[in-house]
Design a protein around this ligand. Structure first.
Ligand code: NAP
Length: 269
């Protein structure tokens, strides 16, 4: 079968490495291409699908919302977060899913379990909505910080407390960075005027960023309580694979982590 990831820019995507590690381990001779697709190209996706004989594709920045106008069916979770990152092509019809939600949820629960917690989500963009949906499904108490009030209105439901300032914060069990702050090693505590005072040895810290492997944000948490975004990325990829194969195969997580360790020189869990 043939798959792809579409986005712009697309050069630095890890998705082909992840999928090929999985295909190789399962002895599948499938292909997975990284395709540079502009917003204008999105109108010609049927041609792209034909050209590469695609059975499915992943969708990344900036198309996760716009692709929804081109689909025949959209899964409920994807509707709730207003974003599709996985498309299945079957009988010339396009089916959209969101495995960022399930990928994040699995990464989080595998590592930290699923007991009810007090969650603070920093940021209110696309990734924040996936994280919010996952914690909502887990029945957590959720607070979201956004620097612009208008961002809260972009959520399809608002079962969370809203924060427009990070001053005089209460204590949270989990703090998650869903903003890009840290991609260039920026210190989120300075940029957002967030105090480290409320972070204890028990507080869980999650950054959706995985490159750099450890952002300045994560350094404030105990090693055992800190998680970067790589396991979310791997889980969303494997969940996409399982959708494409209609659960005929289970993805091989060990093979994927081994390949990423080779690529990154170790340290990837
Ligand atoms: P996005 O839709 O552009 O959202 C970014 C959010 O961050 C927006 O709410 C933005 O607020 C906020 N923000 C940016 N700078 C801020 C600041 N100085 N103070 C407060 N808020 C700020 O981007 P996204 O797609 O959600 O991606 C966000 C991050 O998650 C990226 O680093 C991406 O690589 C990562 N990610 C990781 C995975 C994974 O699998 N690990 C998956 C998806 C995304 P405004 O709207 O006010 O600008």
């Amino acid at each position: 079968m043939n798959f792809a990831v579409i986005g712009s820019p697309i050069e630095h995507t890890l998705s082909p490495a992840i999928h090929y590690a999985n295909f190789n381990s399962l002895n599948l001779d499938d292909t997975y291409r990284a395709l540079h697709i502009t917003p204008e190209d999105l109108n010609h996706m049927k041609d792209v699908i034909k050209q590469y004989d695609l059975n499915g594709f992943n969708v990344t920045i900036p198309h996760k919302e716009a692709i929804m106008d081109h689909l025949d069916f959209i899964d409920q979770r994807a509707i709730e977060v207003n974003a599709v990152n996985t498309v299945l092509i079957k009988d010339d019809k396009l089916y959209g899913y969101n495995t960022d939600v399930t990928g994040y949820k699995q990464a989080y629960t595998d590592r930290f379990g699923s007991r009810k917690r007090n969650i603070l989500i920093l940021g209110a963009g696309g990734a924040s909505k996936a994280v919010y949906r996952a914690h909502n499904e887990l029945g957590d108490d959720i607070t979201i910080y956004a620097r612009r009030e208008a961002s809260f209105e972009t959520f399809t439901d608002q079962n969370f407390d809203k924060l427009s300032s990070l001053q005089n914060l209460k204590k949270f069990d989990v703090i998650i960075n869903t903003t890009p702050i840290g991609l260039k090693n920026e210190d989120l505590y300075d940029v957002m005027s967030l105090s480290r005072e409320n972070i204890t040895e028990k507080t869980i810290g999650i950054d959706l960023i995985y490159n750099p492997e450890k952002t300045p944000f994560l350094y404030a948490f105990e090693e055992a309580n800190a998680m970067n975004g790589l396991s979310m990325l791997v889980n969303q990829a494997i969940h996409a694979f399982e959708i494409w194969y209609d659960d005929e195969y289970e993805g091989d997580y060990d093979a994927v982590y081994a390949a990423l360790n080779k690529k990154f020189g170790g340290g990837v869990k």
